[in-house]
Write a protein of this length. Structure first.
Length: 217
């Protein structure tokens, strides 16, 4: 396999990095991980040294260069079809792509109000109506996908897919801020949280030294 490198930001804070990293881990491909600490004077130059967009995540596999989490995920699904990163069934695959894209493009109120901070526990933070709307929509997605496609396993489409990788940071947010979930959604969130890859990411986040004030209480 050609040399594979993934450039990411802080594991405690970088939700987009987690999505790409989680998807890449599902392929089983060995890769070099380069972590660029975010929001430092040298950050932008350090990222531009790898990524033409100046943002993380960034994937290089041989001569191929891919940036943006969703583009990376789609590339990996095409390059490594045996990993099953999208459901095999066409209907399920269409829904999985739709809910991943909805996460990629939406839920801005949730992102602003409840930033990812995996090593923190910040219960009781007030949530505006638009944040509650985002939370309700996410739970609707999880409930519907589990009911329609989840019979073969604990994830949204039974086995783990890109859709689960894209909602993994939200699961971290819900835990940090003690967001109440239905039984179905809690079971799903726990299944993702307990995967070895998610636990490895969380453990690494817990020992990062950098604290970014904007993402703290």
């Amino acid at each position: 396999m050609a040399n594979c490198v993934l450039v990411i930001g802080n594991k405690n804070y970088s939700s987009w990095s987690l999505r790409a990293w989680f998807a890449l881990r599902q392929t089983g491909v060995a890769f070099e991980e380069i972590l660029v600490p975010l929001m430092r004077p040298e950050t932008k130059a350090a990222i531009f040294a790898h990524s033409p967009s100046g943002k993380v995540p960034f994937l290089r596999l041989g001569d191929d260069q891919v940036w943006d989490s969703l583009s990376i995920a789609e590339y990996l699904a095409e390059r490594f079809p045996a990993a099953g990163l999208w459901p095999a069934d066409a209907t399920a695959r269409a829904v999985a792509r739709s809910v991943a894209a909805e996460m990629h493009a939406g839920f801005m109120a949730l992102r602003r109000a409840l930033p990812m901070n995996l090593r923190a526990h910040l219960p009781g933070r007030p949530r505006a109506e638009d944040v509650e709307t985002d939370i309700a929509r996410i739970q609707d997605i999880w409930t519907s996908c589990r009911a329609r496609f989840g019979a073969a396993g604990p994830f949204l489409f039974g086995s783990f897919t890109i859709a689960d990788a894209f909602y993994a940071p939200v699961i971290g947010r819900f835990r940090t801020y003690d967001v109440p979930l239905t039984d179905t959604c809690r079971a799903y969130a726990d299944a993702v949280w307990q995967t070895p890859d998610m636990q490895a990411w969380v453990a690494a986040a817990a020992i990062e030294g950098q604290r970014i004030t904007e993402y703290e209480a």
